[in-house]
Design a protein around this ligand. Structure first.
Ligand code: PAF
Length: 289
């Protein structure tokens, strides 16, 4: 496994691996798993899928300052470089790309912004202004640097996945976006690097977020149709848990990510939630139809 912190040698390594691993007319495929490190089983599932589908697997580890707001957790975002490397090695990753901020963004003013319209108007986009522009900026840079054939994103970050899909389509990037199911703890809590911030008491409460989504889905499947009532019941329930404060809980159309107030056979609907448990903001979502 090669660990590279500079763009130019990374490109050369990928180029020579592509040549070495191409079999006749069968070009070697590159799979990219973009991460911010502190890897957990959720990331491992993306890497395993990338490994199964590509001759070359690249994992990027970069805590992207552009996607953090002024009062967010950029400075305390958890890091575990040695464990990350060991996990990548174990999963058969070929290359880890770990640039620093200067390598990624240079030292001079950057004039370009990557903005996907409308899809960031609700959910995390509404609570974290500029977040998805930061994500799109780093992801499009990674796509230009690595030139992957496929890239792997988790469904837990459903809005990120949808925005990146749209960006790739609108900019005609020749990249397949592979979405991977959310990996959960045994009690249902979605795996996230930010779970590490939770105190033992908060950790016990946190699975109630997914249980609440499941309860709402079950009520819909048993015939309830008043989505606004279901939404307010769920918000009320979560807000009454110790240390919990709902940021949003919305039924959204999966294509447009706009709120919906009724089921529609022609549109896929997700119930998406963000809850502060103490100071830690956790997100999750569940497919309803
Ligand atoms: O999902 C993440 O970890 C980040 O948003 C990503 C895609 C690596 C971009 O920094």
């Amino acid at each position: 496994m090669i660990i590279c912190d500079k763009i130019s040698p990374l490109r050369s390594e990928i180029r020579s691996m592509r040549t070495a691993r191409t079999m006749g007319a069968l070009a070697a495929r590159v799979g990219l798993v973009p991460t911010m490190g502190f890897l957990h089983e959720g990331h491992a599932s993306l890497i395993q899928k990338a490994r199964a589908e590509n001759e070359i697997v690249v994992v990027s580890i970069f805590i992207n300052p552009l996607q953090f707001g002024p009062n967010e957790d950029l400075n305390r975002y958890p890091r575990s470089p040695e464990q990350d490397q060991a996990l990548c090695e174990q999963l058969g990753v070929d290359l880890i790309f770990t640039p620093n901020i200067e390598e990624m963004y240079g030292t001079e003013k950057v004039f370009t912004r990557v903005h996907v319209e409308l899809l960031g108007n609700y959910l995390c986009g509404a609570s974290r202004p500029g977040h998805f522009d930061g994500v799109c900026m780093v992801v499009s840079k990674l796509f230009h640097i690595v030139e992957p054939d496929a890239t792997y994103f988790g469904e837990k970050d459903v809005q990120q996945l949808r925005i990146v899909e749209q960006m790739v389509k609108d900019l005609s990037m020749p990249i397949e976006i592979v979405s991977c199911a959310t990996v959960r703890e045994e009690d249902g809590l979605a795996k996230s690097s930010r779970n590490a911030y939770l105190s033992p008491t908060q950790r016990k409460i946190a699975p109630e977020i997914f249980r609440t989504l499941q309860t709402i889905a079950a009520r819909i499947h048993s015939g309830e149709r008043n989505l606004m009532q279901l939404q307010s019941d769920a918000i009320h329930h979560l807000n009454h848990l110790p240390e919990c404060k709902v940021d949003y809980l919305l039924f959204v159309d999966l294509q447009t990510l706009t709120p919906v107030d009724q089921l529609d056979a022609n549109h896929s609907i997700r119930l998406a939630v963000a809850v502060y448990v103490g100071a830690t903001r956790l997100i999750d979502n569940l497919l309803i139809t």
